[in-house]
Design a protein around this ligand. Structure first.
Ligand code: DAH
Length: 355
């Protein structure tokens, strides 16, 4: 507004004020960037604006006129300020949209000859494992990574103080009573969750992340992945377990790969076994990696312990079942001949790009 505009010397006359407001609103509507609008706001409502000057001029009026003129000026200021604010919101929104549009990345864009990233090797393996078991008629289930002592230990037949708990260096969470909440040390607690929430028959696999206190080295990470299997039905035998693992081994690794079982111990299975697969490096001939045995250890398995069925309220006279569990990261390392598990989390693109 230039210096000689309305209100300069006839402060507060309503026709002048109307003209002032009319002109101000028109200029507000014309402002096309929030930057320009900010400058305009100073011009229209700042200390040197006609509105402010008109207000200062009120003092020269007679008391009677002053009141009416003062009210008119206040109303005018409110109208101008409201217009500025609503225009500001419009411009800011438009500018934000324009910025987003300008910075948009088209992640679906295909650049010939250039790969735009892919699933991590462990995720690929997990997907393939799931597919293999789905092909064998299994469903896939998941459970929480933060677990209670009950699911991770107690219900799996590790009572408090059981020496087998020593197999698991556990991260406890500061939640609830001491040592009542933890990061699951294996995927076996998901077995309990499935049995609690459904009736047999059960044919399921349960992949997921697990945690144990471990200093990272070539074969250990404090965060790793397992896949658990659980079958509960009538008349399930140890032979069914052995046959299932053998069928899985061939479906996943390919023809010529076999599995074998060796006696072992886990509180939640009886009898328990370790299962080995044909060494992927020498195909069973015997090499350095497999200690010349021709076999590589993959995981644990066994027949579900009656105490575990009791914990979930299944009748062990009616139902029987088997379970197994193994490390996905270990499996990936075997399959691809990776000799240091830390490669999987270092995020070195030269490593990741190979898979
Ligand atoms: N949960 C065991 C571990 O992490 C692995 C395991 C062994 C799972 C035997 C099973 C099983 O389901 O039957 O050490």
């Amino acid at each position: 507004m230039n210096g000689g505009g309305p209100g300069e010397d006839r402060e507060g006359r309503s026709s002048d004020v109307d003209a002032l407001v009319g002109e101000a609103l028109a200029r507000v509507a014309e402002a096309d960037t929030s930057e320009k609008l900010r400058e305009l706001a100073t011009e229209l409502t700042g200390k040197r604006s006609p509105l402010s000057r008109a207000k200062a001029g009120l003092a020269a009026l007679e008391a009677g006129e002053r009141r009416a003129a003062g009210m008119a000026l206040n109303a005018a200021r409110q109208a101008v300020e409201a217009a500025l604010e609503s225009r500001r919101l419009e411009l800011v929104a438009a500018e934000r949209t324009a910025l987003l549009e300008a910075e948009r990345l088209d992640l679906s864009e295909v650049v010939p000859g250039r790969r735009r990233g892919h699933l991590h090797l462990v995720t690929q393996a997990r997907d393939r494992l799931e597919d293999t078991f789905i092909g064998m008629g299994y469903t896939v289930a998941e459970g929480p990574e933060a677990e209670s002592d009950w699911y991770n230990f107690e219900a799996l037949n590790f009572p408090a103080g059981h020496p087998a708990r020593e197999m698991y260096d556990t991260f406890y969470l500061e939640l609830g009573p001491p040592e009542s909440t933890l990061l699951r040390t294996h995927t076996s607690p998901v077995q309990i969750r499935i049995m609690e929430s459904s009736e047999p028959p059960i044919y399921s696999v349960m992949p997921g992340r697990c945690y144990r206190i471990d200093t990272p080295d070539a074969s250990h990470l404090p965060v790793f992945h397992q896949i658990e299997g659980l079958v509960v039905d009538r008349g399930i035998t140890f032979g069914a377990l052995a046959g299932t693992l053998d069928a899985f081994t061939e479906a996943y690794f390919g023809q010529g790969f076999r599995s074998r079982l060796r006696p072992s111990y886990f509180p939640f299975t009886e009898p328990s076994a370790e299962f080995d697969i044909t060494c992927v490096f020498c195909k069973g001939e015997g090499c350095r990696t497999c200690g010349r045995t021709g076999w590589l250890e993959l995981g644990g398995c066994g027949m579900v312990h009656p105490n575990v069925f009791a914990a979930v309220g299944y009748d062990p006279e009616v139902w029987s079942g088997f379970a197994f569990g193994f490390g996905i990261d270990r499996l990936v390392m075997m399959r691809h001949g990776i000799d240091d598990i830390r490669e999987l989390i270092t995020n070195d693109v030269r490593f990741l790009e190979q898979f």
